[in-house]
Design a binder for this molecule. Sequence first.
Ligand SMILES: C[S@@+](CC[C@H](N)C(=O)[O-])C[C@H]1O[C@@H](n2cnc3c(N)ncnc32)[C@H](O)[C@@H]1O
Length: 210
Amino acid sequence: MHTDKRDFDQEAAVWDEHPTRVRLAKDIAGAIVGQGVVKPETAALDFGCGTGLVTLRLQPLVRSITGVDSSQGMLEVFSAKIAQLQFTNVRAQFCDPDQGDRLSGSYDLVVSSMTLHHIKEIVPLFAQFYAILAPGGYLCLADLDVEDGRFHDSPAGVFHYGFDREVLRQSLIAAGFVGGETVTASEIEKPGSNGAIRRFPVFLMTARKP
Ligand SMILES: C[S@@+](CC[C@H](N)C(=O)[O-])C[C@H]1O[C@@H](n2cnc3c(N)ncnc32)[C@H](O)[C@@H]1O
């Protein structure tokens, strides 16, 4: 597993041109809504929001949503969408916990889609999620099930080859959360080197701060 950072800034301008990513975000947002955790009074935070593919699907359903990312390039694309669509309940915020930045504020819902495997130390991040959630608030994490490292074309910035659902759930329990049920939110298909299709399931885990 590589430790170099992936250059998301470079990819931001064309991020949404991949139909697989758009479909995946739709599936994940749909799975989050399916958990019954998205309400008109909800103040939500999307950690690792990228260009806002998931954030903006949740936007019409919540009171407010903050998209947080460590890539200025991603945040520029996201901010341009917010400005163009004149959304008043969405904001973009730079934060890189890997560099010591800390999340702040108080939220009813924290979501994160396909970002966790890019985070080296997830346990301190879970403590931050816990700290910014109001009592009774929900955490929804979407990521890959354990894979063999072939999901990414380049290993740069990939710190986890997916996650074992039960191991991840136990990490959340250790951080103080309860629950941790999972559903399979989507499946990504990629052509393998021998022409065969490889399938990568994506789970959504939902936990709650008591
Ligand atoms: C695979 S993209 C997913 C983007 C978006 N959630 C989606 O589903 O389309 C991962 C995102 O996580 C962000 N990211 C990676 N490491 C991060 C970190 N340490 N802190 C905050 N964001 C990070 C990247 O900049 C990128 O936008």
